[in-house]
Design a protein around this ligand. Structure first.
Ligand code: ADP
Ligand code: MG
Length: 389
């Protein structure tokens, strides 16, 4: 039994306490780390997330009166009560905007979704770059899919969840996080082409190789809603326009030097373009390594990806750089920041035998620099969204 299934009885009991009845069912959706392919998902590029054992559980029952009631063990303020026929995209809706947005997106798509009572419990840290928002959305989407017999496939649920976050919550995220939460499978990383949405499960057997993937949550919290993300996104679009391509995905590594020449008046855009083009290439190289059973060979690609995010895309921060540098200095196979940037988490690939040494080195480096202690845990490639009872 996984931790998620262990948590289900507690979530059922919490639902009963809040709503005074047993839930109709319980659904789970995981957080994720992205192995490689950062900020490529809004450039029609490649990404490669894997699901974490950390999940958001949604206990839910349908309602016949069109009322939507939302409650989370992880949020203050009690039950949020809304009418499904009065849902409108609006800024500042708080946490409930994520699940309410899913209901809105489904109804906008003409799907027969009515009211529901929902209670959430989560072990996905919020704002840590591990995608608690997509876990919340996808757990909601899967619950409604079953409660209202919509018959949607996981990738269709991911699209609706993304639409909820883009158009209802107002955060312009790409499709990666929701697809990871909906589609990942145990023991694999998900190679996703964000242009045609084709996907492939790539075996990622860390334990079998004597390797470990550590996640270092720096506890520095980012705000995706702030301007930096939208700024990078707009810069990438400007670069694509200037180069006459539909998206930066269409610039190959071979074309990069000439493309950078054409952007010579715009050093900031040059950096963005260089990151996206080299990052897409790194994803393809990581896939080739894993397909060839050369798992250790991805280490230097991860570290090169970090340098690119730090120097070209300029979204790292002191704590992320320190985590990566300290881990590599202590003998890690490779390391990089993961997620949106400006805080959140780094991932570190280590030999199992070195895991303790590397973990200790990172903790000591943070203490010496006067940063709060990071939270470090092992990422085991886990299952995507599912019904748990
Ligand atoms: P990330 O997705 O990287 O964790 P985001 O800023 O995208 O960070 O999403 C975090 C937000 O999602 C939280 O501030 C909160 O509003 C909402 N959220 C996520 N999980 C939960 C939960 N279990 N209960 C209530 N709100 C949640
Ligand atoms: Mg998020």
């Amino acid at each position: 039994m996984t931790d998620t299934e262990h948590g289900a009885p507690r979530t059922a009991a919490a639902f009963y306490e809040v709503y005074g009845a047993e839930p109709h069912g319980i659904w789970a959706a995981p957080g994720r780390v992205n192995l490689i392919g950062e900020h490529t998902d809004y450039n029609d590029g490649f990404v490669m997330p894997l699901a974490l054992p950390h999940t958001t559980l949604a206990a839910a029952s349908p309602r016949t009166d069109g009322v939507l009631r939302l409650h989370s063990g992880g949020a203050e303020g009690g039950i949020v009560e809304l009418r499904t026929d009065e849902l409108r995209p609006a800024a500042g809706g708080g946490w409930a905007a994520y699940p309410a947005g899913v209901v809105w997106a489904m109804r906008e798509a003409g799907l027969p979704v009515g009211g529901a009572d929902l209670h959430y419990d989560s072990t996905v840290p919020t704002g840590a770059g591990l995608s608690s928002s997509a876990a919340l959305e996808v757990a909601t989407a899967l619950a409604l899919n079953d409660l209202y017999a919509l018959g949607l496939a996981p990738r269709e649920l991911a699209r609706l969840a993304q639409r909820a976050e883009n158009a209802f919550v107002g955060v312009p995220v790409g499709i990666m996080d929701q697809t990871a939460a909906a589609c990942c499978t145990e023991g694999h990383a998900l190679f996703l082409d964000t242009r045609d949405l084709s996907q492939r499960q790539v075996p990622f057997d860390l334990a079998g190789e004597g390797l470990r993937l550590l996640v270092v949550d720096t506890r520095v919290r980012h705000e995706l809603g702030d301007g930096a993300y939208a700024e990078r996104r707009a810069g990438c679009e400007r670069g694509a326009r200037a180069l006459g391509v539909r998206a930066l995905r269409d610039v190959s590594l071979v074309q990069l030097p000439e493309s950078l020449d054409r952007l010579s008046g715009e050093p900031v855009v040059q950096g963005l373009v260089r990151h996206i083009v080299t990052e897409n290439h790194r994803v393809e190289e990581v896939v080739a390594c894993l397909d060839a059973g050369r798992t250790r060979a991805i280490g230097p690609l991860l570290t090169a990806g970090h340098a690119s995010l730090r120097d070209d895309f300029k979204i790292s921060c002191a704590e992320l750089d320190l985590a990566v540098d300290a881990a590599n200095a202590a003998g890690a196979v490779g390391a990089r920041m993961t997620g949106g940037g400006f805080g959140g988490s780094a991932i570190v690939l280590v030999e199992e035998a070195d895991a303790q040494t590397v973990r200790k080195a990172v903790m000591e480096a943070f203490a010496a620099a006067g940063h709060p202690a990071p939270r470090i845990f092992t990422a085991v490639p886990s299952a995507g969204a599912r019904r748990v009872r």
